[in-house]
Structure formats: C-alpha cells, structure tokens
Ligand binder design. Structure first.
Ligand SMILES: [Zn+2]
Length: 237
C-alpha cells in the first residue's frame, strides 16, 4: 500500500491537465467516477467530459467506469408516492441515462461501464471497510487508474459523501492510483472553469435526475447552479 501525497502547489485546473497528459502518454488508461448517490456526479460531470475531450484519440484511455455506492433509496424525491425500492430503481435508471449522456459522441474505443452498488443510503460510513473490500474483490481498478470523487468535506458536507472520500483514499492507496477530489469552488486559483458546451453536459446530467430536480434541471437554483459551472479540485498521487 502506498502513501498518498498531495500536490500542494497545484492550481486545480492544472490537475486536470496533468491527468490528461498522463492519459495521452500512456500512464493512465482508466477513469473511475466514484459517487455515493446516483446524482452525485453532478459535482464533476462537466469536468469529466472536459478531461475526456482533452485526451487524444490515440491515447491509452480504454475505459470509464461509473461506480455509485448507494441507490439513493432513502433520499428525498419530488414525488411523495413511492416505496424506497421504487425510488432506488428510478434513481438508478436516471443515473444510467445521465452517465451515458455525458459521453455522447465520445469515440467507441473507450468502453463506458456502469456499476451500481447497493450500500445502504444514509449509512455508508458504517460500511466503509466492507465497501472497500467489495470493490477490491470485484472491480478492475488498477495502478493506471484515476479515481474522481468528492474532497474530504464531501463537497457539501453530506456524511455519505465524506465517507465516500475516505473509501476513495483507501482505494487509491491500495492500488497506487491517482485521486482527483472535487469540492465547491473556494477561490479562482483552484477552480476548473468549464466551457459552455461542458456546462451543458453537466446540466444534462442534472436534468436526467428528474426524481430529484424535476423537469427544470437546467434551471437549478443555488447551490446546484454552482456545481455545474466550476469546481475546486485537489490531485493526490
Ligand atoms: Zn449525494
């Protein structure tokens, strides 16, 4: 198991460039997007597309995997008339559609995999060790992977998100993989400003989660409109 070291002097936007360079020079071939709930990738959907767009077709990128820990069965919903199982099914489908839409038009050399786990929603911190072991036993994460997930405050302080960050750090240490952590913007030096095209990718991801955001996903109010515009970012390796 290796020790993670933080790139302290690195403005966040450069972290994406470093990962992009490593994909282009063959050091990284897999991207793992690790969320706690089905809609969590709204924190980095636009950045993820930006990263994929900035790699060359001839790069070593072979796979992008969505790994969502819980089905979100205990989350709130715009609908009030559903069972936890029905909400889990609806949110899983929303995530599948949203994740697929992020990569619309990406060349077919890259495989897009969708992996929905079933860690209890709202209680991820109680299952951290089991979850790390389950991922190690079942997922094809390798040392040439980069894991995208929340930062240490879970982006927005949600306990499940914070637990997911701890799980991601354990996985990065275990595999010797790079780790790219996303949070809300704090200052302009550490943010990734998205192109309008990739802001739309991010909004499209949000809009696919209709149980959470209704038909008006593209017109979200604070705090979510921040999430689709830019993010602060930390690279560990
Ligand atoms: Zn969440």
């Amino acid at each position: 198991m290796k020790t993670l070291s933080k790139e302290t002097s690195l403005p966040g936007a450069q972290a994406i460039e470093i990962i992009s360079d490593r994909i282009n020079n063959g050091e990284i071939s897999k991207i793992i997007s690790l969320g706690a709930h089905p809609d969590d990738q709204l924190f980095w959907a636009g950045s993820l597309r930006h990263l994929v767009d900035s790699t060359k077709k001839s790069s070593s990128l072979i796979g992008i995997t969505d790994l969502t820990l819980s089905k979100g069965e205990n989350g709130e919903s715009l609908s009030t008339n559903h069972s936890p199982e029905e909400l889990a099914d609806a949110r899983t489908m929303e995530n599948y559609l949203g994740f697929s839409a992020i990569f619309d038009g990406v060349h077919d050399k890259v495989s897009i995999d969708f992996n929905q786990m079933d860690v209890p929603d709202g209680a991820i911190s109680r299952y951290e060790d089991e979850t790390v072991n389950e991922i190690i036993n079942n997922e094809g994460i390798t040392s040439d992977s980069v894991i995208l997930t929340f930062n240490e405050v879970g982006g927005d302080n949600h306990p499940d998100h914070i637990a997911t960050n701890r799980i991601a750090r354990e996985l990065a240490k275990h595999y010797g993989a790079a780790l790219l952590e996303f949070g809300l913007p704090d200052n302009t030096d550490s943010t990734v400003k998205l192109s309008s095209q990739n802001m739309n990718v991010s909004r499209g991801f949000v809009a696919s989660h209709r149980s959470q955001f209704g038909d008006e996903g593209s017109k979200l109010q604070d705090p979510h409109n921040l999430l689709v515009d830019y993010n602060s970012l930390t690279l560990w390796q």
